[in-house]
Design a protein around this ligand. Structure first.
Ligand SMILES: Nc1ncnc2c1ncn2[C@@H]1O[C@H](COP(=O)(O)OP(=O)(O)OP(=O)(O)O)[C@@H](O)[C@H]1O
Ligand SMILES: [Mg+2]
Length: 368
């Protein structure tokens, strides 16, 4: 059975669609999973992005969309567009904004009852996939309810701004409410669960960001993915020139390292990879940490890690440095860095190392 996931936030423009599409490409192409993206937003942004990326514009002309599939679920398979060997799409279009009216005309009135329709569609096709990802609109409406009912998990995508944080919290509350209604209904749903919270860091130097991050860490703790998404010029450029998954240059590879890390973490959280799967290499961690630090802090971090692990290739490969080495390196690095940022960087290094199931001593550092 497919693992079905909704990525959401009640605020617009926080990277839901981008994350859904790049995560789907990563799962399909880098982790060999069979993936279906269901565009359930009348803006049809993920349809546009994926169709351009895989050059299948011609397929879309006269093709049915998710709206027709909702009208007649038994035709769901007709709505599937093949993008790549492991990757399919059920496209959307502006007709989806008529969903409320369609359900009204079908004689469906109850809020929960009108949330069952996407699931009827997905039941027809889910046997073909390992993962189904739903791209939903930024408002809490009937699309979101349908997506959560048809999901096993949901992910809150959070830009590190106060407004996005509040609206992500409201997305989590509403999703939880829908999942409970599904669980308590007569239809036999387990009810979707929170899989994790993804931070999208727009402004890496801003104190507001770090205040929001600290508050999120306190409230949501381990629910927060250690993988983060950072603002990257290359992702902005994808709006104009889509990625070419067959021909990645170094910028694409650096960009996809973020989404690959998220994909791998998701595979671990849903139990498809063992918890002690070696994570991204230390070098990649340092590369990601560079976004949290200014130039001189970053150099100090590199130096400290050099000292701590003697920069031996075998150590970098296996990440077998000791807790004491890393602890003393971190103490050196963080003595001059201001507190909120320090806590954030330590927290993510700790989450990262803990997820390897080692270096438990680093927990002490959370209290610095
Ligand atoms: N990691 C990133 N780096 C730089 N720009 C990004 C990144 N992720 C997303 N963006 C840009 O931010 C804009 C909004 O992203 P996206 O469409 O994914 O947000 P959304 O939450 O789906 O929006 P909506 O709520 O309208 O559906 C896009 O122009 C996209 O290119
Ligand atoms: Mg979107």
């Amino acid at each position: 059975m497919a693992i079905k996931i909704t990525l959401g936030n009640s605020k617009g423009g926080v990277g839901k669609t981008t994350t859904t599409c790049l995560l789907a490409i990563s799962l399909a192409k880098h982790f060999n999973q069979r993936v279906l993206v269901v565009d359930f937003d009348a803006q049809a942004d993920s349809t546009d992005f994926l169709v351009r990326t895989f050059n299948v514009q011609h397929e879309l002309a006269n093709h049915t969309s998710v709206f027709e599939a909702i009208k007649s679920p038994e035709t769901a398979a007709d709505a599937v567009v093949k993008l790549d060997e492991n990757l399919d799409l059920i496209p959307s279009g502006e007709e989806l904004s008529g969903l409320d009216l369609l359900l009204f005309n079908k004689g469906v009135f109850g809020e929960f009852e009108s949330g069952l329709y996407l699931d009827l569609v997905i039941q027809q096709v889910e046997a073909n996939y390992d993962f189904i990802l739903y791209d939903v609109p930024p408002t809490s409406n009937i699309q979101n309810i349908n997506a959560i009912v048809a999901s096993d998990y949901y992910i809150g995508v959070m830009m590190t701004q106060a407004k996005s944080y509040r609206q992500m919290s409201s997305f989590l509350k509403e999703s939880n409410k829908t999942a409970e209604s599904a669980h308590n209904s007569k239809y036999g749903y387990d009810g979707a669960q929170l899989l994790g919270i993804l931070m999208y860091l727009e402004n890496k130097r801003s104190n507001v960001d770090y205040t929001v991050i600290s508050s999120a860490l306190q409230t949501y703790g381990d629910n927060i993915f250690y993988s983060r998404i950072y603002e990257r010029e290359r992702v902005k450029r994808y709006d104009l020139v889509p990625p070419n998954p067959g021909k990645f240059d170094q910028h694409d590879k650096n960009t996809f390292a973020m989404y690959d890390s998220l994909a791998q973490e998701i595979l671990i959280r849903v139990g498809k990879l063992p918890a002690n799967t070696p994570k991204i290499r230390l070098e990649q961690l340092l590369e990601l940490a560079s976004d949290d630090l200014n130039h001189s802090e970053y150099n100090t971090l590199i130096e400290a890690f050099n000292k701590a692990v003697f920069y031996r290739d075998d150590v970098l490969e296996s990440l077998e440095f000791t807790a004491n080495q890393l602890t003393s390196a971190l103490r050196d690095v963080f003595k001059d860095i201001e507190t909120a940022k320090k806590r954030f960087v330590i927290q993510r290094i700790v989450q990262w190392t803990e997820s390897k199931g080692s270096l438990a001593q680093l927990k002490e550092l959370k209290n610095i």
